[in-house]
Write a protein that binds this ligand. Structure first.
Ligand code: CA
Length: 225
């Protein structure tokens, strides 16, 4: 990770804490070298002081973000809220106000890294969200309001296909084609699977908000109002 901090005593302490936690640490003490080090080493996280020689942290943030979506935590010494707001608007993931405890910075760094690992999953097939329902095709996990729900593989496939086409009606045939592996889902069982799926993800399965029936045609998944 890249620590951008011009007060070397602060940077020393942070570096030590981070190294003790097993992080690799690069350091920059001004804006231009922060941008340069980022371009060269592509760190997985940047801890970014705002008040820097060369150009300010907000400018570092802007230039780095123009290149890539690396997680950034701002270390802001000013009491002025404006810096925090500007930083968050520019896309910082979090901020820690000075004087900060290195322990807190390390804790935030871990949280942001965990979050960004999840955020990167979409490159490999991607977590999908529809309202309070989130579907992780890699882990084969479905959560409703953050709570895991257990689905059969067929229910999972149906949900996945519907969620890929939010707002679009899929005919029964389209659904069967996309869901069925080796023809293991039949026309007559599709409604049963849908009913079971609703029972698991809908608050009131009789009045579904996510998976609605389009009479005579098929089903569609909608983003609840
Ligand atoms: Ca500073």
């Amino acid at each position: 990770m890249l620590v951008v901090e011009d007060e070397s005593a602060l940077a020393d302490v942070l570096e030590q804490y981070l190294k003790d936690e097993g992080f690799g640490v690069l350091r920059a003490a001004d804006g231009p070298s922060a941008v340069e080090l980022h371009a060269k080493h592509r760190p997985d996280l940047i801890l970014l002081d705002l008040n820097l020689p060369g150009f300010p942290g907000t400018e570092v943030l802007r230039r780095v973000r123009a290149e890539r979506d690396v997680p950034i935590i701002m270390l802001t010494g000013r009491t002025n809220e404006v810096d925090r707001v500007v930083g968050l608007e520019l896309g910082a993931d979090d901020y820690v106000g000075k004087p900060y405890s290195p322990r807190e910075v390390v804790a935030r760094a871990k949280t942001v890294l965990r979050r960004s690992e999840r955020r990167e999953a979409p490159h490999h097939g991607g977590e999908r969200r529809v309202g309070a329902v989130s579907i992780d095709p890699v882990a084969h996990e479905v959560r409703v309001d953050g709570k895991p729900v257990t689905l059969t593989p067929t229910q999972f496939r149906i949900l996945e296909v519907l969620a890929e086409h939010v707002g679009q009606t899929l005919t029964r045939d389209q659904l069967l084609q996309r869901v069925s592996i080796d023809g293991d889902v039949y026309d007559r069982t599709l409604d049963r699977h849908i009913a079971n799926l609703r029972a698991r993800i809908e608050k009131d399965p009789a009045n579904p908000r996510y998976i609605v029936t389009v009479f005579g045609i098929g089903y569609k998944m909608v983003e609840p109002a």
